[in-house]
Design a protein around this ligand. Structure first.
Ligand code: UD1
Length: 438
């Protein structure tokens, strides 16, 4: 199994091209099941999760062709054409779904287009139980008959889905996306209340409208969808990954460096910009993206300045501070001045990076959903570590970049699920980071 070795202590300086957003790309790929025409997706990131979705779609009958780099290359990414002339299988098997929870996003499109679907339950995962009750309840409101059979969601809507009002009891990105896709082909009007407002949901809705859907209220928590008979193909560029961009912003900050994030969209990163601003890290829009510069440490050339400052942050649905950045922020706070309080409100078990960060010298106390991080102004040390999920793994990369000595991160496959060419992007800015292939 591959590992990543980092020798810390090098301030990052340079430019990092931000890839297309994984969490936008996955639902957009699933949306290709809604039409028999070709959907072309540009700026698709090269990631293990994207490969998993291509396997899943291929076994439903989607023909996929990779058109390679976008003309002009660079961070414009990859182009994938998806065409599902006929859905040849309506079952999403356990073997694929268990690898990636987002596989459940095929449920809505399969049901809307074929009137039936059999999708494995995603089951538990490292960061919590993550049920799919809101996906199921929402589809039932649109007239689907759903039962659970042997670990599978078996859904039927032989006469097609109907209009209705779905009120989500809690904000869910995935349930909003599944219902949004299903609703595009419903007979009548569907209203989704308390819908997720994440930019990736908006990206999906914009693409669906380009395919002929009639969705209003994009960007709000109240989506109105007037069902249409059929959708067509289109050509669509996936939005840049705000989580990847913010992760590299924190990488620059934790090393006291300065990095320009090419292609990053500042308007999608407002909560992060505000939080990092309080921590003495500046994010400024540029012509090409966002420039990140870490505050000067006390006693350096700006004698009045401070280094990284401890801040309190609570995760929340968009536009709040993303849960997908909580682990990275914790690594950053482990090197700040003072005590930071980080509260996780989205997932119940998302502190698995804590013991690993503590092995690197971090001082963290967890009480329920809150972690108190007592920063020590940059005294982390390298260690062999491993993590159990994507964002936890990358928090260890950040800690390793700041730590004295050598850090070896095991289970690199977690990183490959969500960070395209991570070692290349970081070493291009001066990090001492290599992949050790066993
Ligand atoms: C998506 C993101 C993930 C991010 C998360 C929250 C993708 C592919 N993944 O995951 O990176 O961390 O949003 O921003 O876009 N819940 C239920 N019942 C349901 C559905 C969800 O109780 O039917 C709960 C979950 O357990 C969780 C909360 O709702 O506590 C939010 O989860 P949700 O927004 O659905 O996350 P995902 O869509 O799985």
């Amino acid at each position: 199994m591959d590992r990543i070795r980092i020798r810390g202590g090098h301030p990052l300086r340079g430019k990092i091209a931000i890839s297309g957003a994984k969490n936008a790309a996955l639902p957009l790929m699933a949306a290709s099941l809604l039409t028999e025409e070709t959907l072309v997706l540009r700026n698709l990131p090269h990631l293990a999760d994207i490969a998993t979705m291509t396997h899943l779609l291929a076994q439903h009958g989607t023909e996929l062709s990779m058109a390679g780099e976008h003309p002009g290359g660079g961070h414009m990414g990859h182009v994938l054409a998806l065409r599902t002339g006929k859905i040849t299988a309506t079952e999403a098997p356990y073997d694929i779904v268990r690898k990636m929870r987002a596989s459940v996003l095929v449920l809505g499109p399969l049901l809307a287009r074929c009137g039936r679907a059999r999708v494995s339950l995603p089951g538990g995962c490292a960061i919590g139980t993550r049920p799919v009750d809101m996906h199921i309840g929402g589809l039932e409101t649109l007239g689907a008959e759903i039962e659970l059979d042997d670990g599978y969601i078996v859904a039927r809507a032989p006469q097609g889905l109907l209009g209705g009002v779905v009120v989500f009891p809690q904000v869910s990105v995935g349930a909003t996306e599944n219902l949004l896709m299903a609703a595009t082909l419903a007979r009548g009007e569907v209203i989704l209340e308390n819908a997720a407002r994440e930019p990736e949901v908006g990206d999906l809705a914009n693409c669906l409208n380009r395919m002929g859907a009639r969705i209003e209220g994009i960007g709000s928590d109240n989506l109105r969808i007037l069902g249409v008979d059929r959708l067509s193909g289109t050509d669509y560029a996936v939005l840049p990954d705000r989580i990847e961009a913010a992760t590299y912003a924190m990488a620059a900050a934790i090393t006291g460096g300065e990095v320009e994030l090419l292609g990053a969209r500042p308007e999608l990163m407002e909560a992060v910009t505000a939080a990092l601003g309080r921590a003495n890290v500046r994010l400024q829009p540029t012509d090409c993206g966002v420039l990140v510069s870490a505050g000067k440490a006390r006693g350096e050339d700006d004698p009045g300045g401070a280094g990284l400052l401890a801040i309190d942050v609570t995760t929340a649905p968009y536009p709040g501070f993303p849960t997908d950045l909580q682990a990275q922020l914790m690594a950053l706070m482990a090197t700040a001045d003072g005590a930071a309080m980080i509260t996780e409100t989205i997932f119940e078990n998302r502190f698995q990076h804590v013991p690993e960060l503590m092995r690197m010298g971090a001082d963290i106390t967890v009480k329920g959903a809150t972690a108190i991080v007592r920063g020590r102004g940059g005294s982390l040390h390298g260690a062999p570590v491993m993590a159990t999920d994507l964002r936890a793994s990358v928090s260890l990369v950040l800690a390793g970049l700041a730590a004295a000595g050598e850090t070896v991160i095991n289970r690199v496959y977690h990183l490959d699920r969500g960070y395209e060419r991570l070692e290349e992007k970081l070493s291009g800015c001066g990090a001492d980071i290599v992949r050790l292939v066993d």
